[in-house]
Design a protein around this ligand. Structure first.
Ligand code: SF4
Ligand code: SF4
Length: 447
């Protein structure tokens, strides 16, 4: 079986982002494979733990991919501050002779943004609305490459490593079966220190804030990288709870057109025609977001936003939310199937790009999460839940189709839902053994 088939059979999807099926991403002639080891979200530690602990598996898998897919170059991009990880990776490269290079970057945010990483490693600019493959590159997260390592041994993707931190008693890394309740992950990290808190799925810059009650219905999915508990009055939570109407009214009333949001925008600095200050100014002319004209070129440029949050968390002196504005515009244009024409409006990389990169320490301070930043994790805890609930849609593409029925008994690693024939998607496997209950959207397994 080819490595692409093994990746497909094992149900591997991108672990760091939207969950694009990895076997599709790896089709086509890849010139450079770049592993994203930047882990630029403050507070998360998972990728660093994996690079230290599984350095050999990581570089051996890259060597195999390079040889089998005829890739010219494999590079792991990580920060020069990650000294233990660099040491572990260099030792693994030396021991195995794997043809893998390290690219060291300063500590800035968002070093792990796919397009930023491609530029940092190769000097190539992914065109506006393009993908890394447009410049011969594929970017994969550390956990994704380790899932490929398992796939090569016919071990399916059934478990996730996660950071659980913030207002928990014992911040930790967990290894959990997919479908484990988020509340079980919090319990394993010693439980919450506060009675009232919000839950951040992901990091403080780009993670999704949900309430404590909403967290009770959530389970771990293939793309989840961390769980952070924050006080309800934290800046991150308050910002997420601002309503769309209030956000638009504030943008109209308080934007001083200083353009600092644009000056620091990582995509603008790469020469993409994205200028959040112009979008804010243009929005001020509209009654509401519901009435925006779909073909307006300034509003359409919001489609180029990667929602990194630099404009609102770092740049804006008025506490406005250009990222949220862009996100809402993207939703509305997306519903009308409006796309940005690939490559349109590309200019030169900004001459002050390097100087304008946002220091990670600044991102930590502006998110007000410095109290949770200084901790080191040296081991992981293994979760052993009594039951798991696996969503049939943990990835981009068509939901998986169950191949088991309610009442069946399955063993860990068994295929329980398959990619629909001829469609973009992936497979899903039992993350624990037990009795199955199937509904329209998920499969629950009880030991
Ligand atoms: S969130 Fe803001 S800073 Fe980030 S890409 Fe979008 S507009 Fe630029
Ligand atoms: S930084 Fe804030 S105030 Fe300045 S232009 Fe952007 S949104 Fe307006």
């Amino acid at each position: 079986m080819s490595i692409i088939d093994q990746i497909f059979q094992a149900g591997v999807v991108g672990c760091g982002g939207a969950g694009f099926p990895t076997h599709v991403k790896y089709k086509g002639q890849i010139e450079q494979l770049i592993v994203n080891g930047a882990e630029c979200e403050p507070l998360l530690r998972t990728d660093r733990y994996l690079m230290r602990t599984y350095a050999t598996e990581l570089v051996e898998t890259l060597a195999a991919l390079k040889s089998e897919l005829n890739i010219e170059k494999c590079t792991i991009g990580l920060k020069e501050a990650y000294s233990d990880e660099i040491k572990a990776l260099r030792a693994a490269i030396e021991k195995t002779g794997a043809p893998v290079e390290l690219h060291l970057m300063p500590s800035f945010y968002p070093a792990g943004d796919e397009q930023t990483l491609v530029y940092e490693v190769t000097g190539r600019v992914v065109p506006p609305a393009g993908i890394p493959m447009d410049v011969g590159c594929v970017v994969s997260n550390v956990a994704t490459v380790l899932a490929i390592s398992d796939a090569r041994k016919d071990v399916p993707f059934t478990h996730k490593f996660l950071t659980v931190t913030g207002e928990v008693k014992s911040p930790t890394i967990l290894r959990v079966p997919l479908g484990t309740p988020v509340t079980e992950c919090i319990r394993l990290a010693g439980g919450a220190k506060l009675s009232d808190y919000s839950v951040l799925l992901g990091g403080p810059m780009m993670g999704k804030v949900i309430t404590r009650e909403e967290a009770e219905g959530r389970t771990v999915i293939k793309t989840m990288s961390g769980i952070v508990l924050l006080p309800e009055d934290s800046i991150v939570v308050q910002r997420a709870e601002t309503s769309v109407e209030r956000m638009v009214n504030r943008a109209r009333a308080a934007c001083i057109r200083c353009s600092q949001c644009t000056d620091l925008c990582p995509r603008h600095l790469l020469g993409h025609p994205l200028e959040p200050h112009r979008i804010m100014r243009r929005l001020a002319l509209e009654e509401s977001l519901d009435t925006i004209p779909s073909e307006d070129p300034v509003l359409k440029s919001a489609l180029l936003c990667c929602e990194c949050g630099v404009c609102e968390i770092i740049a804006c002196p008025m506490g406005l939310l250009p990222r949220r504005v862009n996100s809402e515009i993207k939703k509305r244009l997306g519903a009308e199937k409006i796309r940005y024409p690939k490559g349109e409006g590309q200019t030169e990389v900004h001459e002050f790009r390097d100087e304008r990169r946002t220091a990670t320490a600044r991102a930590v301070a502006r998110s007000n999460v410095q109290d949770y930043q200084s901790y080191k994790i040296t081991s992981f805890l293994e979760a052993d839940p009594q039951s798991v609930c696996l969503s049939l849609s943990q990835h981009i593409g068509a939901p998986c189709k169950p191949v088991v029925q309610t009442g069946d008994t399955v063993s860990e690693g068994q295929l329980i839902a398959a990619c629909p024939e001829g469609q973009l998607g992936t497979n899903l496997h039992a993350s624990i053994g037990g009795k199955v209950t199937v509904d329209g959207k998920s499969i629950t397994i009880t030991r």
